[in-house]
Design a protein around this ligand. Structure first.
Ligand SMILES: NC(=O)c1ccc[n+]([C@@H]2O[C@H](COP(=O)([O-])OP(=O)(O)OC[C@H]3O[C@@H](n4cnc5c(N)ncnc54)[C@H](OP(=O)(O)O)[C@@H]3O)[C@@H](O)[C@H]2O)c1
Length: 351
């Protein structure tokens, strides 16, 4: 007899604590796959949604946006996956697509097979962080889109921006690590980034050429940038999005036609914004209709990008205890106690 219930991490009402409970296993519709999740990663958005209720339409709510697991069933019309495949994919903010549970469903067009040399824990570090970097750089323009660069996995994209410098704030964050790697594949040089100095080697290993100490005053960071390159930037990516001073300074460093992409809402003084330099607050999900084409194209190339070593995962920091360990680990994240690592748990271990 097939099982119909599973363990999930539930929020019963806005602001309520996470609790482990039972929830129905979603059924895959046409074009979807059902995934038995082996690893899920934690993201700042999880504690932000738990507190604010943003994106939640119904309670009890299940959160979680990163999954790596095994295909349990395929919906009608799915030909690119079979039961037993190792896959990874992004989750979304509705229960049937969320990843803080033991099973989830996802459209097959935005899932990818995991190469044999990549573990479930490693694969789970990729979906949200990579999507946010990729959409911010390469997606078409829409209200929360991207800078419309040519992706390095498409014709003419690899190395295309070889004569351009790039600036990436918060290079050791999950999103920042993927932004550095994509910038490297796109050819940008130099790749200047801000991190705490203990993460210098990490970001260098991903392709950053000039890590700058993020704890220095903005004026000193700016002088250092100007000493590295005198060229204005066609793109600056702010992977943390917390500092108005940094964003206002960055805006001045943009070339005409340049774009400042931020993971959070713009903090640039509205009076400063001119018609020739844009600020884009990106929406890092391949599930969104306006991001879907880019997401399909990314996921169509992702297995090969990983297998070739062109992209590497974040460093997974595994925590035992399955879904039950998520609340304490999100608390650490909220208190800025995570640096250069992605927190990962394994839902099958849930007591
Ligand atoms: N728009 C979207 O769709 C979207 C998607 C994903 C994430 N986000 C947002 O993007 C942000 C980053 O997410 P993430 O998952 O990449 O975060 P994360 O990996 O948890 O970020 C941790 C890193 O942030 C750096 N950091 C901490 N405080 C900082 C500060 N004041 N200034 C600059 N860097 C700082 C630390 O670098 P050091 O240890 O080197 O100092 C640490 O390595 C979050 O606010 C998240 O909510 C938005």
């Amino acid at each position: 007899m097939s099982i119909t219930a599973q363990k999930a991490l539930l929020i019963v009402s806005k602001g309520a604590p996470f609790t482990v409970g039972q929830h129905e296993i979603p059924a895959p519709k046409a074009g979807e796959i059902l995934v038995r999740i082996q690893a899920t990663a934690l993201n700042p958005v999880d504690w932000k949604i738990q507190q604010s209720g943003v994106y939640v339409e119904t309670y009890p709510a299940i959160l979680g946006t990163d999954s790596a697991g095994i295909v349990e069933a395929v919906g009608e019309g799915v030909t690119n996956f079979a039961v037993g495949d190792r896959v990874f994919h992004q989750g979304f903010f509705i229960n049937r697509n969320a990843t803080f549970q033991q099973f989830t469903v996802v459209p097959a067009e935005i899932a990818a097979k995991i190469p044999p040399e990549i573990t479930f824990d490693q694969a789970a570090t990729i979906p949200l962080g990579l999507a946010t970097a990729a959409i911010g750089f390469y997606n078409k323009k829409w209200e929360r889109g991207g800078a419309q660069l040519t992706p390095p996995w498409q014709d003419g994209g690899r190395g295309k921006y070889a004569d351009q410098p790039i600036l990436i704030f918060a290079g050791s964050s999950s999103v920042g690590q993927y932004a550095i790697q994509l910038a490297r594949l796109s050819g940008f040089s130099p790749i200047i980034t801000t991190v705490s100095p203990h993460n210098n080697e990490l970001v260098r290993s991903l392709g950053a050429t000039h890590p700058l100490d993020r704890n220095l005053p903005v004026s000193i960071i700016t002088d250092s940038i100007k000493n590295i390159t005198s060229k204005p930037f066609i793109v600056i990516y702010d992977a943390f999005g917390g500092s108005a001073e940094l964003q206002n300074t960055a805006y001045d460093l943009l070339a005409p036609g340049g774009k400042l992409v931020s993971v959070l809402a713009s903090k640039v003084d509205p009076d400063k914004i001119t018609s020739d330099k844009e600020v884009i607050s990106t929406f890092g999900t391949v599930h969104a209709e306006n991001n879907r084409e880019l997401g399909k194209s990314l996921y169509g190339n992702l297995t090969e990008l990983l297998a070739s070593g062109d992209l590497v995962p974040n460093n997974p920091e595994y925590h035992p205890g399955g879904l039950a360990s998520i609340p304490a680990q999100l608390e650490r994240m909220k208190n800025n106690q995570v640096s250069g690592a992605k927190l990962v748990v394994r839902p099958p271990e849930t007591p």
